[in-house]
Design a protein around this ligand. Structure first.
Ligand SMILES: [Zn+2]
Ligand SMILES: [Zn+2]
Ligand SMILES: [Zn+2]
Length: 332
C-alpha cells in the first residue's frame, strides 16, 4: 500500500502495515499515526477497535486511533456480519489515510472541524445505502466489502476494477476537489478547461449516462467509462487513479521492485526505457517508472492465471489530467 516496508521495533524483522504482533518476536505492535510507523504497542495505547476489528492503530485522545476516529457511523457490536465487513472497510480506510498523510494532503476530521472528513460505514442488510460523498461525509455500502457482491456489481457494470479501497479513493477525491480547486481559484479555471464545466446539471448528466452509457471513443479522453458522466466524476476517477499510482510506486520502491522492461522488445512495444527513480519530480517522470512496472505486474498475474492487476490504458489526455492533479497535490 501506499506503503513503506515496516520492521518490528524489537527484532527488525519485516512486518506489515496491518500487523498487530510480530510473528518473529511476538512483540505487540501498533501503528503510530503521528510518526506513521509501526511501534511497540504502548501500555494503554490500543485503539478502541483493536479487539473488535484488529485495528492496530495507537489510540489518540478519544480512545480511537486517528483512522477509526474518522468513522461517524458503523454497525453495532452485536451485528456479526456487519462487523466483519466493517473490519475490511476500516483496513482499506487506514491505507487510504496513510497515503493522504504521506502526500501531505490536509486531513481534518469531523470531530475537529465543521464539515470535516467523516465516514458512515453502513450495512445495506437493513435498507438501501448509496455509496457517495456529501459535505465531507463519505458513505460506503459495506456490502462492497463482500467479494461476491462486489464481483457481481463489477460484472454488471462492466468495470475492469472494483475494490473497497478504490471506492474510498474515489469518494475522498470529491472531498478534496473544492479544497484543491476552490471557487474563484485559477485551479478551478484550469480544472474546467481540462475536465469540462462542472456547472452542467449533475442529475441530467447522470440520467444521460445511465440511459446511453459512455460515448464512443471515451478511452482516448477518460480513465474510465464512469468518468465520462460529469466533470466531477472525471475528477474523482482521475484523482483516485493518481492515488493508485503514487501508492503502488511507493510500495515498489519500499520493496526494491524495479522493472527495466522486457528482454525482447516487440516492434509495437511502447518505449520501455525507464528506470525507477526514488522520488520522481513530476507525473511524467513517474509514469516512466509506472508503465513498465504495470506491464510486468500484468504479465505476472497472467502467469498465475489471474486477470490483469492493472486493467487500464492511459491516453495522452488522461496523462494531462493526472499531471494537473499531481501539480495541485504537490502544492497542497
Ligand atoms: Zn519482532
Ligand atoms: Zn483504530
Ligand atoms: Zn463520484
Amino acid at each position: 500500500m501506499a506503503m513503506r516496508a515496516f520492521t518490528c521495533p524489537d527484532c527488525r524483522h519485516l512486518v506489515t502495515f496491518d500487523s498487530t504482533v510480530c510473528l518473529h518476536s511476538q512483540t505487540a505492535l501498533g501503528f503510530d499515526w503521528e510518526a506513521r510507523d509501526v511501534v511497540a504497542l504502548p501500555d494503554g495505547g490500543a485503539c478502541g477497535n483493536r479487539e473488535l476489528i484488529a485495528c492496530n492503530g495507537v489510540a489518540g485522545p478519544g480512545g480511537l486511533c486517528a483512522s477509526c476516529a474518522l468513522t461517524r457511523t458503523r454497525p453495532a457490536d452485536g451485528d456479526a456480519e456487519g462487523i466483519a465487513l466493517f473490519a475490511d472497510a476500516e483496513g482499506a480506510k487506514r491505507r487510504l489515510l496513510f497515503e493522504l498523510l504521506e502526500l501531505g494532503l490536509p486531513v481534518d476530521g469531523f470531530r475537529e472541524k465543521e464539515g470535516g472528513l467523516a465516514f458512515d460505514l453502513l450495512s445495506s442488510a437493513a435498507g438501501p445505502v448509496t455509496t457517495g460523498h456529501a459535505d465531507g461525509v463519505i458513505t460506503l455500502d459495506l456490502a462492497e466489502a463482500d467479494p461476491a457482491h462486489r464481483e457481481r456489481m463489477r460484472t454488471q457494470l462492466d468495470e475492469p476494477y472494483r475494490t473497497v479501497l478504490g471506492h474510498m479513493r474515489h469518494e475522498v477525491a470529491h472531498y478534496y476537489q473544492p479544497i484543491l480547486a476552490p471557487e474563484g481559484s485559477a485551479a478551478l479555471e484550469r480544472c474546467r478547461a481540462l475536465l469540462g464545466d462542472d456547472r452542467e446539471a449533475y442529475s441530467t448528466a447522470m440520467d444521460r449516462h445511465y440511459e446511453q452509457g459512455a460515448p464512443a471513443g471515451w478511452e482516448s479522453h477518460f480513465v474510465s467509462a464512469y468518468a465520462t458522466m460529469h466533470p466531477w466524476e472525471d475528477w474523482a476517477e482521475t484523482f483516485a487513479h493518481y492515488l493508485h499510482i503514487r501508492d503502488v510506486l511507493q510500495t515498489a520502491v519500499a520493496y526494491g521492485v524495479s522493472v527495466t522492461g522486457p528482454q525482447v522488445l516487440a516492434a509495437d512495444a511502447a518505449p520501455l526505457y525507464a528506470f525507477p527513480a526514488a522520488a520522481p519530480d513530476d507525473l511524467r517522470a513517474m509514469l516512466d517508472t509506472w508503465l513498465p512496472l504495470t506491464y510486468a505486474l500484468n504479465a505476472i498475474n497472467r502467469s498465475l492465471g489471474a486477470q490483469d492487476l492493472y486493467p487500464f490504458v492511459l491516453a495522452p489526455d488522461v496523462i494531462d489530467k493526472l499531471a494537473f492533479i499531481d501539480e495541485l497535490v504537490r502544492a497542497a
